[in-house]
Design a protein around this ligand. Structure first.
Ligand code: NAD
Length: 495
């Protein structure tokens, strides 16, 4: 897809954490590598009383903090700063919008400029922003709007958010971002599956025993305790990131990837629709909720979740989970009977995101007199911290005599295989928005299908109102999450 000549990238919430920590550094890297349109401007909107120079000073500080030192380039910083403008605007106020519209119209090529409206603000502000953009004549295609998570906190509220944006923008203009899909290793999963032949004959219930998806964080909720307590791990991670990863593992081969067609999103939707619905009995048996207590992380003592909440002045009767493990199945011909185990949590013993595909045992063992051990083959896709892939297989230990077998691994580390910087997910995704490529963004029906599957779990947890199981910070989560998988005769794989 073609890069436009001119683009106005409007960031609502331009002084916020997301904008300064992620979006502006990503735009800087794109500019550094000459990937931004030549005539690109960035217009930040916030309530802060800042003029252009004041905002540029904030961004200069943010870039010095959030861009790695080897990519700090004085000329490139100045070039990005010269593209920046700031408009002070309370988006809930009906009267101030003319200043923003004036800035957007104030360029010779305003009519042909691609406008991207990035909503890095609370979802409650999506409605007022979209309505004003619509009534100000700013929302007509090829304008685009980018929505950040959370898109709703259940199916009804997700529909409400989608409705409010959909009143003004057509679905073909709406980019719902899930930054996991911008990660190189996640896109490489598509390449591994669909640009190679060796996996496809094995990629089904005949050869695959089960799949594990883990997103583990060592951080606690800290200053975000108040926000987090209204969300929890199922909202914050499972409904979006983990289910999106599951979709990429389980989807059927699409006709085309990256060419602007809907095939990838169509196939992901089919996976979400094929997830086994959970009855109350299934939920009791196949889901585990946890919450961290105080403990040790990286050799330092850390507070428990309830203590952090109390420090933030929030009520201490919270039932919010900071950890979820669950077992599900994709009910279709390819995956029938293959469990997918998902787990995610905060304040765990390591920071990692990975997908492990565990193959079935060899059907027959001809090594009668052998020594040593064998393990089922595994394919591990490491999403973070070090992006890469590992194939675990069994090999003969060198030496005379009989057969001594040992599990070994074939490793692909992105950092060492490619002599290239691995771009941050936002760089890829922001350029896709500017180009108008929607493949890596979630369509409305996907988001709603994910909520439709999660909602019975949320409702059942609300009804039973049981406190989450406690785990000490710095451990691998509640023991119940081990029981969940071990009762099936399997175990969580640590790569
Ligand atoms: P933040 O509180 O740091 O920043 C909020 C921004 O919105 C500020 O620039 C503020 O001036 C602006 N704002 C608030 N009310 C406004 C109003 N009435 N009119 C105009 N501007 C207004 O928040 P954040 O962490 O940057 O997050 C923004 C949104 O993105 C949230 O919905 C959050 O859930 C989501 N999000 C954040 C992250 C992240 O890493 N921070 C990641 C994913 C999603």
């Amino acid at each position: 897809m073609q890069l436009p000549e001119a683009c106005d990238f409007v960031v609502f919430g331009g002084t916020g954490d997301l904008a300064l920590r992620k979006l502006l550094p990503a735009l800087y890297q794109c500019d550094l590598e000459d990937r931004l349109p030549a005539e690109a401007r960035v217009v930040a909107v916030s309530r802060s009383e800042l003029d252009d120079e004041g905002y540029r000073a904030e961004v200069r500080r943010a870039l010095s903090e959030h861009v790695a030192s080897e990519y700090q380039d004085l000329a490139a910083v100045e070039r990005l700063l010269s593209r920046l403008h700031h408009v002070t605007l309370d988006v809930e106020d009906d009267h101030d919008w003319h200043t923003l519209f004036g800035v957007l119209k104030d360029r010779p090529d305003a009519e042909s400029t691609i406008r991207v409206f990035y909503l890095a603000v609370a979802p409650s502000l999506f409605g007022p922003i979209c309505r004003h953009l619509g009534s100000g004549g700013m929302a007509d295609a090829p304008a685009r709007v980018v929505l950040e998570k959370p898109i709703g906190h259940d199916l009804a509220s997700a529909r409400a958010v989608n409705d409010v944006v959909g009143e003004v923008f057509d679905e073909s203009q709406i980019f719902r971002i899930d930054h996991y899909l911008g990660k190189e290793s996640v896109q490489n999963l598509l390449v591994t599956r669909f640009a190679n032949t060796f996996l496809e004959p094995l990629w089904n219930s005949h050869s695959i025993d089960h799949v594990q998806i883990t997103v583990a964080e060592t951080l606690g909720v800290g200053a975000r305790a108040d926000y987090y307590d209204r969300a929890g791990a199922l909202h914050d991670m499972v409904q979006n990131h983990l289910l999106q990863l599951l979709c990429l593992v389980a989807m059927e081969p699409p006709i085309e990837i990256g060419g602007g067609r809907e095939d990838v999103r169509d196939e992901k939707l089919k996976v979400l629709q094929a997830l086994k619905p959970m009855s109350p009995e299934d939920i009791d048996r196949d889901t585990v909720r946890g919450r961290y207590a105080s403990g040790w992380v990286g050799g330092e003592p850390v507070a428990g979740y309830l203590e952090e909440l109390a420090t933030a002045g929030s009520p201490a009767d919270s039932l919010t989970e900071t950890f979820v493990a669950l077992r599900t199945e994709v009910q279709n011909w390819r995956w029938a009977g293959v469990p997918f185990y998902l787990r995610t949590g905060k304040r765990l013993d390591r920071r990692t995101s990975e997908i492990v595909v565990v193959f079935k045992d060899a059907p027959y063992d001809p090594f009668r007199q052998r020594e040593g051990i064998t393990e089922p083959n595994r394919l591990t896709i490491r999403v973070q911290p070090e992006e890469g892939m590992r194939i675990h297989l069994n090999a003969k230990e060198p030496g005379p005599g009989g057969y001594r077998l040992k599990p070994v691994s074939l490793d692909l580390s992105y950092a060492s295989a490619f002599d290239k910087r691995s771009p941050d997910a936002y760089e890829r995704l922001l350029m896709d928005v500017i180009r108008g490529n929607m493949t890596l963004f979630m369509r409305r029906d996907e988001v709603e299908a994910a909520w439709a599957w999660c909602e019975p779990i949320l409702r059942h947890w609300e009804t039973t109102a049981l406190p989450p199981k406690t785990y000490p910070a710095g451990t691998a989560g509640p023991t119940a999450s081990f029981t969940l998988i071990e009762r099936d005769g399997r175990s969580w794989q640590e790569s």
